[in-house]
Ligand binder design. Structure first.
Ligand code: GLA
Length: 740
């Protein structure tokens, strides 16, 4: 079948084009890959008018004597350093001569139907896609680099990666190898990125692009809560429904870097890939090195448009397909109900509570394995504690299943406590460097997943439990950042490869387990959102987005994450009040509604807390169950966001039900009447508000707006909808679409 989305002219202009965007570049007469266009779809992309203008720049060095041609002024697809471009390059390394100058020029191209999977790394699935592979080479140092570009028929996402091949006879040292470079023309851009820490993930920051280089990165061994692997370059003043956006993320869970650099001539370079800091890869003759995959979105119409493009793609091409369109079970998790104080009787009692409140699954969190009474011991010894779980996990799982519940269990496989059998037996299986005491994090050490024997051990331990056949769900946790990153399994001069080799090992383990147990629902967790990224979400359909269970804290976390991730991949339960993370007191309703649009909902409450609010909990768990099908595959929209209010809208995938959740944070007298302008409705249809049967036209809800409930501190009038008095109140509207 001939390529339909990729076209090539005889003078080597390459265009990738679908109904959502066009991406165009050319091989210049000098062999440099020059970027020409990324943006709205072009009807004749090989003829872009925005050809790069060449002019004489005073003081600039010219590339290999070319007249008016200097690389600092040239938008490129994969720039290197040392041949007249002074900006941060996509690739840097040391060649066999010992110097760091590489010059990559065009060699050849090929087009493949669909999309090759990356070797050893997760990557977006293909299907209705085409891939352009451009081969660049440095004939002097016998380095070849394949640049892979995949475009899809129906998605606004461009996937890119780079593949390094040493064609020479001497070793090449790669010091950094980004997955992609995007050189965009001068414009008034802002950057949007997300930062945070434990229990405060996904805070959005917007800043003007500085006249310098701006970097978000991680050197923690995880993609991290400190900086999400996401960056958006936006037309200044971009709003939910206005503004051109170029957004980038990675299908990777380890140390990453993303940078935005405004060059001396004001064009803007975006780089994304493995963090060059503390990275180094020895590429032996005939060996290949693949970068992780970078994903780019061009959204012409603001943040809502950008989020929808990401959400559609992630659901279809990243999330494990066997859970697509599968409603997630509601659950009772033991963590905030009992912490480490779990035993078989208590878990069975909580299972009865789970039945009483009508949830589908009991999840046994931390504390079930040999000797684990607090967080100082036992990670690594994945056998049931004999004193507290005398009959073992398979028997417990069977008992819980016999009650009609599903059963889930917690693991933190990548870790070991010094106080454990595993550490006694294999002290060299941890990440460490000779002569230094390894730093502890939550009293634990990180296992060296770059070693095959560690992967095999972990697979064996986990498999022992999962093979009983009664496990429906696994929470995969990871509760510290890496330090003293070194491996006894690697030679001295490969120590700077260890962080990346760890990720390759982790992905290998996840692939093996999820392949053997495709029906088990894996939930990604790293102290909440310390490794919430598309690498992990390639294996796991959902993630515990944050340990923050206070609803007000959670609003900004879910809201921030929603810029890229669909809420289908998030889990959020009702935690205790006063909240254990920030002490806030809030209603069961607000605690539930803050996570109402996430796919996986439940509770983590003690028996006493359940008893104290039983009717309300039963009501909300029934609502969770009744809406479980709707919370997969629908459309999420942010309607209102200010210092004191949040309003979100969610439309079910079949368009039959529209949910609007409104949160009013601090109460005050004499507040204005607020409206939310709904979006994406059928303008000519009627929508019936379930709570009182009133009917509204779709166009009226979108253009005239829906009055939000009023927070009253004074007199109550009859024709006004009120929220609970006081702080942290919330309301959920449910509209049913009437037949046209
Ligand atoms: C992490 C997780 C929590 C819980 C604990 C158990 O903090 O994020 O949800 O599982 O570990 O130790």
């Amino acid at each position: 079948m001939p390529a339909t989305m990729i076209t090539v002219s005889k003078d080597k202009v390459f265009a990738l084009s679908n109904s959502k965007f066009s991406y165009v570049f050319r091989a210049s007469p000098e062999g440099i890959l020059e970027h020409l266009h990324y943006g709205g779809p072009l009807s004749d992309p090989l003829n872009v008018v925005s050809h790069h203008i060449r002019t004489q720049r005073e003081v600039a060095s010219t590339f290999q004597g070319g007249r008016y041609f200097n690389l600092s002024d040239t938008p490129q697809e994969y720039p290197s350093f040392g041949t007249s471009d002074y900006r941060f390059p996509a690739v840097h390394g040391r060649n066999a001569d010992g110097n760091t100058v590489f010059s990559l020029t065009y060699k050849s191209y090929s087009i493949v139907k669909d999309k090759p999977r990356l070797k050893k790394l997760p990557s977006a699935r293909g299907g209705d896609s085409e891939t352009l592979i451009i081969t660049l080479h440095d004939p002097l140092h016998k380095l070849e680099v394949d640049l892979l570009y995949t475009i899809y028929q129906d998605y606004g996402v461009l996937a890119r990666s780079a593949r390094f091949k040493n064609k020479g006879e001497q070793e090449i040292q790669i010091q950094h190898a980004f997955s992609s470079a995007l050189d965009l023309p001068q414009a008034d851009y802002e950057i949007m990125h997300m930062h945070g820490t434990w229990a405060r993930e996904f805070n959005v920051e917007r800043i003007d692009v500085p006249k310098s280089r701006f970097v978000v990165d991680s050197a923690r061994g995880t993609s991290s809560a400190a900086h999400s692997p996401f960056i958006a370059l936006m037309e200044k003043g971009t709003t939910e429904d206005h503004g051109r956006i170029y957004a980038t993320t990675l299908v990777y869970s380890g140390n990453f870097a993303m940078s935005v650099e405004r060059g001396e001539f004001e064009d803007v370079r975006v780089l994304a890939g493995i963090n060059p800091f503390n990275f180094h890869w020895r590429l032996k003759p005939s060996k290949t090195f693949c970068t992780p995959e970078a994903l780019h979105v061009f959204a012409p119409n603001g943040l809502r448009n950008m989020s929808h493009l990401w959400h559609d793609f992630i659901r279809e091409k990243i999330s494990p397909p066997q859970f697509k369109n599968i409603a997630r079970p509601t659950y009772l998790n033991t963590w905030e109900a009992a912490y480490f104080d779990v035993n078989e009787d208590k878990v069975l009692t909580l299972a009865d509570k789970a039945l009483e409140i009508g949830v589908d699954m009991l999840v046994l969190d931390d504390g079930w394995f040999e000797g684990r009474r607090d967080d100082t011991s036992s990670l690594g010894d994945w056998r049931a504690d004999k004193d507290r779980f005398a009959s073992g996990i398979p028997a417990l799982a069977a008992k819980i299943k016999a009650k009609g519940l599903k059963f889930g269990i917690w693991f933190e496989p990548e870790m070991v406590n010094p106080k454990s059998q595993l550490y006694q037996d294999h002290p060299d299986w941890i990440l460490h460097v000779p002569g230094r005491t390894p730093s502890l994090g939550r009293n634990q050490l990180t296992l060296d997943l770059s070693r095959d024997e560690v992967i095999d051990y972990l697979f064996g331990q986990i498999d022992d439990i999962l093979s009983c056949g009664d496990i429906d769900y696994v929470k995969w946790d990871m509760n510290r950042n890496m330090t003293e990153v070194g491996s006894a399994g690697q030679s001295r001069n490969r120590q700077r490869e260890v962080s990346h080799r760890y990720m390759i090992g982790l992905y290998k383990l996840l692939k093996k387990l999820t392949k053997k147990y495709p029906h088990i629902l894996f939930e990604n967790c790293a102290s909440g959102g310390n490794r919430f990224d598309l690498g992990m979400l390639s294996y796991m359909p959902q993630g515990w987005i944050s340990d923050m269970c206070d609803p007000i804290g959670r609003l900004s976390i879910i809201g921030g994450a929603s810029y890229i991730y669909p809420l289908d991949v998030m889990a959020a339960y009702i935690g205790p009040s006063p909240n254990h993370q920030n002490g806030r007191i809030s209603s069961v309703q607000t605690r539930f509604l803050a996570g109402v649009f996430t796919a996986a909902r439940g509770v983590s409450l003690s028996e006493a807390e359940i008893e104290a609010h039983k009717d309300e909990i039963i009501h909300f768990m029934k609502l969770a169950k009744d809406t479980a099908d709707d919370m997969i595959g629908g459309r999420f929209n942010r309607l209102i966001l200010n210092h004191n209010e949040v309003c979100w809208q969610y439309i079910s995938a079949d368009n039959s039900t529209v949910y609007v959740a409104y949160f009013h944070i601090l109460s005050a007298p004499n507040l204005p009447f607020r409206r939310a302008y709904l979006t994406g409705l059928d303008p000519h249809c009627e929508y019936m508000l379930v709570e009182d049967g009133s009917r509204y036209r779709g166009d009226a809800l979108m253009h005239n707006g829906m009055p939000m409930p009023y927070v009253s501190t004074g007199h109550v009038r009859e024709n006004t909808r009120y929220m609970a008095k006081g702080d942290f109140s919330s309301h959920l509207f449910i509209f049913k679409k009437a037949a046209p």
